[in-house]
Design a protein around this ligand. Structure first.
Ligand SMILES: Cc1cc2nc3c(=O)[nH]c(=O)nc-3n(C[C@H](O)[C@H](O)[C@H](O)COP(=O)(O)OP(=O)(O)OC[C@H]3O[C@@H](n4cnc5c(N)ncnc54)[C@H](O)[C@@H]3O)c2cc1C
Length: 435
């Protein structure tokens, strides 16, 4: 399998739809990206990954005779004037269920001339979020069937993208990437990482290696942080540099040989991922305790005053200075590599519930750390991951215990039974700190 990097635009349903509209109307096509100066807790680690990926997009657009514009500022301020000045006939955009991007869309809609049609395409889910379900789903078991039933319709090959036959005519100004970097108001102390090279070309290489080397171990090894079994694709998925649909099409080719692994990967990348979007789309409190189920809110409230075995400040947590070397190693992995192993993310967030003053504080700290350090952070999967760990979203009640109430518990001894905890701790040079 060799995947061509040109796949980035070709694998984007919003782009494909926009080109189809332009071809039908025999009009030029423009691609715009509105670069905001800051976004939630994103740092240069995230903006650097995104901008370098965009440089690749701009280059690809050039070869397709499609001008790429980087509009510096909020979409509400930059896009409507662009549309008016250029006499643009219609706008097509992508979709995110998160509150801030939803607000951006609303603001643009209010400013666009009324005769300019505006379309939104869910380009990152296979079954579009609003088609998969029209309500908040209780859990994986209630959405799984709905998604699988619609895969035959949506899990198709992407149609080809073509060199655009209706050029703009004008010579476009080259993009000043330096000006883009200097427009940012982000924290530069969280460094970019070496292992994850931004852009579709690198992301597709990671997909290729995953299919060749790690997919066979996915079913048996994905809960072992010492084993190379995961796809590692979340940063490229997060920034739209590799389409989940492309990954599924490639992985699916191996369904006979690695049945369990292929099914496991589809469960994570399609069912769990779309469930996360479903939660954020239909639940306005997707990152707050109020967004939890009643049973979870009740049990957390009953246990709010339980004595915590340890209490840590945000600084102690951020520096990985707890008594628990495994937790510290997981935190260091996230800080240094920008990607904590999936199994450890659950343990990590549950311990934050156990070691902070309240579930509200636990949720706040975990989301802050996740969004600041994980390359794939500020994503529905992250909010749902923290909500699952701390307030039982998409889970069920378990045996009642201190602090957690009926929220599922995880502990060090359980991790020791699953994998060589010492090996992982040594890899990150983590040890135990006393308070
Ligand atoms: C506390 C906590 C925080 C998390 N934060 C994030 C985050 O910020 N961003 C993020 O993308 N994922 C997050 N996850 C989900 C999951 O841990 C990561 O998606 C996964 O570890 C990414 O690594 P990978 O691509 O190698 O995963 P793989 O196991 O190879 O999975 C492939 C893809 O499936 C999806 N996926 C896997 N596990 C889940 C899951 N549990 N829920 C939803 N989708 C899933 C992701 O898109 C992932 O890239 C979080 C989970 C928890 C418990």
């Amino acid at each position: 399998m060799t995947l061509h990097p040109c796949i980035l635009l070709a694998d984007n349903w919003a782009f494909l739809y926009a080109q189809r509209l332009a071809l039908k109307q025999r009009l030029p096509l423009h691609v715009c990206f509105c670069l905001v100066p800051k976004f939630l807790d994103a740092t240069i680690r995230h903006f650097g990954f995104m901008l370098r990926g965009l440089e690749e997009v701009a280059e690809e657009c050039r070869t397709l005779d499609i001008p790429f514009h980087l509009l510096i500022g909020y979409a509400k301020d930059t896009l409507p004037p662009f549309v008016a000045q250029r006499g643009i006939g219609g706008v097509v955009t992508d979709f995110s269920p998160l509150r801030l991007p939803m607000k951006w869309i609303q603001e643009v809609l209010e400013q666009l001339p009324s005769d300019v049609p505006f379309a939104q395409v869910d380009a990152h889910n296979i079954v579009p979020c609003w088609v998969a379900s029209d309500k908040q789903e209780y859990g994986a078991r209630t959405i799984r069937r709905k998604i699988h039933d619609q895969l035959a319709e949506f899990l198709t090959e992407f149609p080809p993208v073509i060199k655009h036959p209706f050029p703009v005519g004008l010579q476009e100004e080259p993009i000043s990437w330096d000006a883009c970097y200097s427009s940012l108001q982000v924290d530069c102390s969280v460094k970019e990482v070496d292992w994850a090279k931004p852009g579709a070309a690198s992301g597709l290489k990671v997909l290729e290696e995953f299919v060749k080397e790690r997919l066979k171990h996915f079913a048996s090894g994905r809960n072992n942080p010492n084993q190379a079994a995961l796809s590692n694709l979340s940063p490229w998925f997060r920034f739209g540099q590799v389409a989940v649909q492309r990954a599924i099409l490639e992985v699916y080719k191996h369904r006979t040989r690695y049945k369990e692994s292929v099914e496991g990967f589809i469960e994570e990348a399609v069912v769990r991922r779309e469930l996360a979007d479903n939660f954020c789309f239909y639940n306005p409190n997707y990152d707050k305790i109020e967004g939890a189920y009643d049973w979870a809110k009740t049990t957390l409230k009953i246990h709010a005053k339980d004595k915590r075995p340890h209490l840590y400040t945000l600084k102690q947590l951020e520096e990985g200075k707890t008594h628990d070397p495994l937790w510290n190693a997981a935190q260091l992995q996230m800080v240094q590599d920008g990607k904590m192993h999936g199994f450890l993310r659950m343990y990590w967030a549950k311990k934050i519930l156990e070691w902070t003053r309240s579930p509200e504080e636990a949720l706040q700290f975990s989301i802050y750390l996740n969004d600041r350090y994980e390359l794939d952070g500020r994503d529905p999967n992250g909010y749902v991951g923290c909500m699952w760990s701390i307030c039982g979203i998409h889970d069920q009640g378990w045996a009642e215990r201190a602090v957690f109430g009926k929220i599922r518990y995880m502990n060090y001894a359980g991790c020791k039974r699953k994998f060589d905890v010492g090996q992982f701790e040594r890899k990150y040079g983590a040890h135990s700190f006393t308070q």
